[in-house]
Design a protein around this ligand. Structure first.
Ligand code: 13P
Ligand code: SF4
Length: 303
């Protein structure tokens, strides 16, 4: 492992490369990353970076987002088929159909989506920015795609808008049941429950705080609590422990709180990506241009 870490560090320097890693990646991947963050932070840091090569240790839509926001530079995905199943739960034809049904509505698309869907959208959102952005949209009616759970959470927070939901969901978060949380609370009294908005409405009712992964990091950094039950993908407990080593982080024992695609990324695949320059993320220029509009608007409206 030490040899892998040394070789990655040397290649990063030699090639003017940085590694951006999502909080759901493996602990050893987070440990060699230049930035560990949620999907919004990774997009912002990619856009603001001057590195010639950006290795996106995350799933494909994150690499595509980085590539669209950094034209002229190289974005590498360590594993080409690290996909997010949620991102494939709506097609561009379905978006066109919805737009025809609701011609006055804005289309807000979660970044967990394909480039083609982004290209048809008025704005992209992430879990940390969705509420603010939807609130700031000039339209009252909003088509929210593809995640039904994040969309229903936004609808609860922004009651002045009419939100039309699509049926997509994250397989990791959608299967968590209210009882999974209640059982954990019984076992760990006094723990504060932090939950991702991709959980269902019924499960969200059991949370103390509904937060994006970046929001969880921010709350833990305040060091106001000493015991947490974490209701999202398990990789984040490593990130959280780094920010408050004295606190106790309990992972929910619900089966499969594990994003198989995020876990495909290993130190070996990062080394190979840097060494061989593979796999370069490419997006057709006409689609990239339209998707860049929705992504840039996400950065603008998040205030
Ligand atoms: P964040 O926006 O919190 O990083 O979440 C991305 C994601 O894929 C959640 O499952
Ligand atoms: Fe996609 Fe869910 Fe994995 Fe996030 S946790 S990348 S939404 S499958």
């Amino acid at each position: 492992m030490d040899d892998l870490i040394r070789r990655i560090a040397a290649l990063k320097k030699e090639k003017n490369a940085i590694v951006l890693a999502h909080t759901y990646t493996r602990a050893e991947v987070q440990d060699i990353a230049d930035v560990v963050g949620d999907s919004f932070e990774l997009a912002v840091r990619a856009a603001g970076s001057s590195a010639e090569i950006i290795v996106l240790a995350g799933v494909r839509f994150m690499g595509e987002t980085a590539a669209i926001l950094t034209p002229g530079r190289t974005v590498l995905l360590p594993v080409a088929d690290a996909d997010c199943p949620l991102a494939d739960m709506i097609t561009s034809d379905q978006v066109r159909h919805l737009k025809a049904q609701y011609p006055g509505a804005a289309v807000a698309c979660y970044v967990n989506s394909s480039v083609e869907v982004k290209a048809l959208s008025d704005v992209c959102v992430t879990s940390s920015s969705a509420v603010r952005i939807v609130r700031n949209l000039p339209q009252r009616q909003v088509l929210f795609v593809p995640d039904q759970n994040l969309g229903s959470w936004v609808a609860e927070q922004v009651p002045e808008k009419e939100i039309i939901l699509h049926s997509g969901f994250c397989p990791v978060h959608h299967q968590i049941k209210p009882d999974d949380v209640r059982d954990a609370r019984k076992l760990f009294p006094g723990a504060v429950v932090l939950m991702h908005p991709e959980c269902t409405k019924e499960t969200r009712a059991e949370a103390d705080h509904i937060l994006s992964t970046g929001g969880m990091v921010a709350l833990v950094k305040e060091k106001k609590h000493t015991r947490y039950i974490i209701v999202t993908e398990s990789g984040i407990t490593h990130t959280l422990r780094r920010h408050d080593p004295a606190a106790e982080f309990i992972e929910l024992s619900a089966p499969m709180l594990y994003c198989q695609n995020m876990k495909k990324i290993t130190l070996e695949t990062i080394l190979r990506a840097l060494d061989e320059g593979e796999t370069v993320v490419t997006v057709a220029s006409d689609i990239a241009e339209r998707a860049r509009y929705a992504l840039s608007r996400m950065l603008e409206l998040n205030r």
